[in-house]
Ligand binder design. Structure first.
Ligand SMILES: Cc1cc2nc3c(=O)[nH]c(=O)nc-3n(C[C@H](O)[C@H](O)[C@H](O)COP(=O)(O)OP(=O)(O)OC[C@H]3O[C@@H](n4cnc5c(N)ncnc54)[C@H](O)[C@@H]3O)c2cc1C
Length: 417
């Protein structure tokens, strides 16, 4: 078997890690129907004799509980039903106002990476900026402050880490950090279990919380809705200028310029919420990144949400990283406060609790039509009637999102936004 199993059962997350581990270069990640998918040259594939692609695949599910138990073992480790195993919970921000203002939330990912690089604690960090076309995500190894800053803020579109693992193996030094969404981190942890060369290069897996990904049609729709010609884009950010920030698009066409600046809450919620969700995200139960050494997100609860420049929340899962944050605070890189588990979970409640229940509904429905479903070593949460209704509505929305010919329906819904 190979990742055709994942693809044909709609289990693929598009993380791309299968391409990177294939010893026969039989897998190529391609953009298909607005998502990244593996295309397999069966004539090269070794099938059951190898199956490395399936061994690293987060799409088929993940033994989150067991892996977290094996990874985070210190006496100080606490456990929360939603957060997983952790040592510290925090809020804070970068003390560089420019980084803070232009990052997704408090600029904590970028600022902490800069602290690690400037203090030579790591040799590099995998971050995701945009390619030369300014809209296609591009993952690379950042070695300097400037490299890190160029990738700041969230990319609400598919991101495939299909080459970067092997680049790290070839790179000088053996202290790398990788930043990714929870499914990236699951796949990378799986890779580390079977690939010594890769494992020995990575000192930190940094997750960003994720309620769900979005496919590339969401970008197409944004450009259509705001009358943007993609070839003219010279700056595009899903979130910029404060927190939660603004969708920001600047275009230049000869001497004429166009600037789109729409509050995040206007474009992300009603405009995109479910229309462009990839199928596999619907059965995901890992919101925080339970296998990340450190996990970063927003903090959607008062008094933090009153701040309009930017505050991040984060979770550390070992003393090593907890202590490094304290050093970064002592050295004036970051501001850092304590947080409790209840407040963190409540700050994510709109996404976190329904996500866990709706995943159970999606799995039941997929099984009913004969699809394979992801296997976790955790019970799914018990869904309520409203979750079944929400999943049916979501499927209808996703149908519209996949069919550009009926986007006029989206235009009616989003008139004036
Ligand atoms: C798809 C998606 C869904 C999210 N859902 C939630 C949520 O439900 N709740 C919540 O609190 N937070 C969520 N976040 C996280 C939030 O948007 C911020 O990324 C987080 O708060 C970190 O902000 P920061 O200012 O500390 O990071 P920054 O300093 O802005 O740095 C962000 C880092 O993340 C990397 N990055 C950005 N997007 C991606 C991506 N798609 N794949 C891999 N690497 C990436 C960048 O390269 C950069 O290094 C989501 C992010 C994404 C991409």
């Amino acid at each position: 078997m190979n990742v055709n199993y994942t693809y044909s059962n709609k289990l693929c997350t598009g993380c791309g890690i299968c391409e990177d581990v294939c010893l026969k270069s039989a897998i190529t990640i391609k953009r298909i129907d607005g998502e990244y998918k593996p295309v397999i040259d069966e004539s090269l594939c070794l099938g059951d004799k190898c199956s490395r692609c399936l061994k690293v695949c987060p799409g088929v599910g993940c033994d989150l509980t067991q892996r977290a138990k094996d990874l985070f073992v210190e006496e100080s480790v606490k456990e929360d039903k939603y957060i997983g195993r952790y040592v510290g919970l925090h809020t804070g921000c970068s003390l560089d106002e420019d980084i803070r203002y232009h990052s997704a939330s408090g600029g904590m990912v970028s600022q902490f990476l800069i602290f690690l690089l400037e203090n030579k604690i790591i040799d590099g960090a995998v971050v995701t900026g945009f390619d030369k076309d300014k809209i296609t995500p591009y993952s690379y190894i950042a070695k300097t402050r400037e490299d890190v800053i160029a990738a700041r803020s969230s990319k609400y579109c598919p991101v495939a880490l299909n080459k970067i693992g092997n680049e790290i193996i070839k790179a000088e030094g053996n202290r790398y950090v990788i930043v990714g969404v929870p499914c990236h981190i699951q796949g990378l942890r799986k890779r580390a279990s079977i690939d010594r060369k890769f494992r020995e290069k990575i000192v930190g897996y940094f997750a960003i919380y994720c309620s769900s990904g979005r496919n590339f049609y969401s970008q197409d729709y944004i450009f259509k809705h705001y009358g943007v010609v993609r070839e003219n884009i010279n700056n595009f950010q899903y979130r910029d200028n404060g927190c939660l920030g603004y969708l920001t698009i600047d275009t230049v066409d000869g001497s004429s310029e166009k600037h789109v600046k729409v509050p995040f809450t206007t474009f992300y919620g009603p405009l995109l919420r479910s229309f462009f969700k990839p199928h596999r995200c619907l059965s995901c139960i890992d919101h925080y990144g339970e296998l990340g050494d450190v996990c970063f997100g927003d903090i959607h609860i008062k008094p933090y949400s009153d701040d309009k420049i930017g505050i991040s929340s984060w979770i550390t899962r070992s003393e090593y990283w907890e202590n490094l944050f304290r050093t970064a605070a002592d050295e004036g890189y970051i501001k850092m406060d304590e947080l409790d588990a209840h407040t963190l979970n409540e700050s994510q409640k709109v996404m976190l609790y329904p996500k866990k229940r709706k995943a159970a509904v999606v799995v039941v429905m997929d099984k009913m039509i004969g699809r394979k479903t992801p296997v976790y070593d955790k019970e799914f949460e018990k869904p309520m009637l409203k979750d079944y209704i929400a999943v049916l509505v979501c499927h209808a929305q996703r149908f519209i999102g996949r069919h550009k010919k009926i986007w006029w329906a989206l235009e009616i819904i989003n008139k004036g936004k």
